[in-house]
Design a protein around this ligand. Structure first.
Ligand code: PHE
Length: 561
């Protein structure tokens, strides 16, 4: 039987922990990048619609199923979702997603988190002061290369990665009320404070002052001016849905785990809304007012779009900002550097802590592990799974983790749970679960949305990403299909990704050009990418095996599922 007697200490602690779980690197790095890549204001309408029709319903589903499972002593998704339909035995294996995703995302997420720690340190000791932009960019490149000593500390990226994991593990080993809640109570207010300070700097940036070329509001307008023509473009919808999942931490199994420690009659409806809207505030208000306005203020929109498309958000945040801040004078530059990377660190750690809890809950529930042991095993597991992303970052291993664990798995699992909740568990029972102890009136329309709209939208997103046609040109692809020309998958579709279409095209091109060095390089890259997939797959299988062992153990103990 479970030795797991964890509980939340207070309501405010629960809400801050849940908000901390949602508010993460995604709010400050991923959101602005997604918005820019998908046409600025063109992104915002699909984004908000996805929030209302998938995000909110999934929050409610996950909070209610989590609390439901917790009553039966289950704190991770395999047995939480199994308990919703005890007769069919396969649910627990689908529930593996809710442990796997957390462990795999933590592996690369903690690596970025460790950069933020390093960048706080370097802002503090003044490493960036006096560096030109090329210098800061080079610093980042060097940091990624093992055994580079030019950044100051030998093996610096590994050192910070280990410090970051140790910190996570230590806090996790202190438990929910003694560790996670305290971390959230410290981190969240500081994060808001730093965020507001930087957002004010970003929005009030004036052309001609502090070396800026454009007003900060130019970037803000670019993000916020709605453009309706994007509404018919499925790729923008896919990106918007993906961002909503990632930022709210839904489809991961993390929320269910946190919610499983809530008592039966305590509210979930209002708490879920509070944490969810807090996340949206931080994302669309603070997340949109820092990185892009400041970078656009100095570089202009075109250059920012170009930088984002070539280097993602990391380039802007880690390679440009420390340099741009220096235009503000040395005191303000240091303060801004510490605030920005400190804010990222706080956002990151309250999320990575959440990712540790499903694995820990599983070991505590099923195998009677002590909390401390469960926490350290998480740290070790993440270290092993994360080292390939640290060592082979430049070979695309990191991106592979983000794609499979941080994107595809979320959609698959969200789809599974929304169908389970509305159609198998049953919408009436589900509605009752959600409303028990509710301190708000859940609008009745959501019964309809939960039953029909959310599952269909999820199916749509899933099928969309599976079969996305070349260039995202759906209308063209469908008419080609009917004309008997077959279906050309986009290299970025799930099918195209599995078969490494984009890489193969590049290799073929390099071969034609006789550029053997590039061919070699790309082939090595492909090897690492396939290796990363194999590793992720093995992890998934290993967790499935553990769930099976737990199940046999439960049978021996006379429990029925
Ligand atoms: N929501 C977090 C972010 O925006 C990421 C996260 C995903 C955290 C899943 C926990 C679980 O960065």
């Amino acid at each position: 039987m479970s030795s797991n007697t964890e509980a939340w200490g207070s309501r405010i602690g629960l809400i801050l922990a849940m908000a901390g779980n949602a508010v993460g690197l995604g709010n400050f790095l991923r959101f602005p990048v997604q918005a820019v890549q998908n046409g600025g204001g063109a992104f915002i309408i699909p984004y908000l619609i996805c929030f209302l029709l998938m995000g909110i319903p999934l929050l409610w589903i996950e909070w209610s199923t989590g609390r439901f499972g917790g009553q039966r002593g289950d704190h991770s998704t395999p047995f939480i979702i199994q308990s919703m339909d005890p007769k069919r035995h396969f649910w627990k294996y689908l529930g593996v997603f809710g442990i796997f995703t957390n462990v795999a995302v933590a592996a690369y997420y903690c690596y970025i988190e460790s950069w933020t720690l390093a960048w706080v340190y370097h802002s503090l000791i003044g490493t960036f002061s006096g560096m030109d932009q090329a210098g800061v960019a080079q610093f980042f490149t060097d940091y990624m290369v093992i055994s580079q000593t030019t950044t100051g500390i030998p093996y610096e990226n590994i050192v910070f990665y280990v410090i970051c994991l140790a910190l996570n593990t230590y806090i996790l080993s202190r438990g929910l009320s003694g560790g996670i809640e305290i971390a959230a109570k410290v981190a969240m207010p500081l994060l808001i404070l730093f965020g507001v300070f930087l957002a004010i700097q970003g929005v009030t940036l004036m052309a001609g002052e502090k070396g800026a070329v454009y007003d900060g509001t130019v970037g803000l307008n670019f993000l916020w001016e709605p453009q309706f023509d994007s509404l018919t473009n499925p790729s923008v919808w896919l990106a918007a849905a993906g961002q909503i999942f990632f930022t709210l931490s839904v489809g991961m199994g993390t929320i269910q785990c946190y919610a499983s420690y809530i008592r039966k009659r305590r509210d979930v409806a209002l708490n879920a809304m509070t944490a969810g809207w807090m996340n949206e505030f931080v994302e669309v208000v603070l997340g949109a007012s820092i990185l892009i306005p400041i970078c656009v203020g100095y570089f202009g929109i075109d250059k920012v779009v170009e930088l984002v498309n070539s280097g993602g958000g990391f380039g802007l945040a880690f390679q440009s900002l420390p340099y741009l801040f220096q235009n503000w004078g040395s005191l303000l530059a240091t303060l801004a550097g510490i605030s920005f990377f400190g804010l990222l660190f706080f956002a990151g750690i309250t999320s990575s802590l959440a990712m540790g809890t499903p694995w820990m809950g599983f070991l505590q529930d099923e195998f009677g592990w002590k909390r401390e042991h469960a926490a350290w095993s998480f740290g070790l597991l993440v270290f092993c799974l994360g080292m390939p992303t640290v060592l082979f970052f430049n070979y695309g291993v990191f991106g592979e983790y983000d794609y499979w664990a941080g994107t595809v798995s979320l959609v698959v699992f969200a789809m599974v749970e929304s169908i389970l909740f509305a159609w198998v568990f049953g919408i009436d029972r589900g509605w009752e679960e959600l409303n028990r102890g509710a301190q708000m009136r859940v609008p009745h329309i959501y019964k309809f949305i939960l039953k029909y709209v959310t599952p269909s939208m999820l199916l749509f997103v899933f099928i969309g990403s599976l079969f996305s046609p070349v260039g995202g040109e759906w209308a063209q692809a469908i008419s080609d299909l009917f004309a008997g020309k077959g279906w050309a998958f986009d290299p970025g579709s799930l099918v195209g990704t599995i078969s490494n279409d984009a890489l193969k095209t590049q290799i073929a091109a390099a071969q034609t050009a006789g550029d053997m060095a590039t061919v070699d390089n790309l082939q090595t890259r492909m090897m690492y990418i396939n290796g990363a997939r194999l590793l992720l797959l093995s992890t998934f299988i290993a967790i499935t095996a553990l769930v099976y062992i737990a199940y046999r153990k439960r049978l021996r103990e006379g429990r029925n599922y």
